[in-house]
Ligand binder design. Sequence first.
Ligand code: C5J
Length: 224
Amino acid sequence: MTQRIEALPGAFALDPARTALVIIDMQRDFLEPGGFGAALGNDVGQLARAVPHCQALLAAARDAGLLVIHTREGHRPDLTDCPPAKHRRAPEGMRIGDPGPMGRILIRGEPGHGIIPELAPIAGEVVLDKPGKGAFWATELENILRNRGIEALLVAGVTTEVCVSTTVREANDRGFRCLVVADACASYFPEFHTAALAMIHAQGGIFGWVADTAATIAALRSTP
Ligand code: C5J
């Protein structure tokens, strides 16, 4: 049964059976004080604001029976999947694979690469490792979504203008409708967060829709 979510630029039609929740990169290294993001001088407090909204959204999505997908940005320990251009971009000592405050930076299996405990995946949920910013590039995401009959995504996570936006743009080009849950996303730079959301719903929803957690949960909770 389809529900309406009040959104920008207009109502978003939600069919829980054909919708997945995608939570982007809520990883310890990006969010926690003492992680890689903080070591780069970022204010991780900006990202912490999204955590309770993500928790509430995740709980409602689980209750409504949505497919839940958690993504993690990171690379193989031997860096064979890390483009040299990406590797070289960071200052020496802060590069992918270097020892960081929570293990090797952005390497799969290291403590900092893990999802924060507040949003820990449970059995039956997909944990998707991605080597890039977008969740579709070099991953099985499209195959997973098509196999499950998914046609729409609720998207949350960090950072709004980087991995969230890249994923939404990839999804949009593949024909998936995306609702970005604004307060369940965050950026180290509040102005980038605001601008990224505006770009998504501009021009009649050129990349998708934007709503807040309360409106999204209200629709999820009213599904039979
Ligand atoms: C994400 C990043 N997840 N900002 N990564 O947005 O490098």
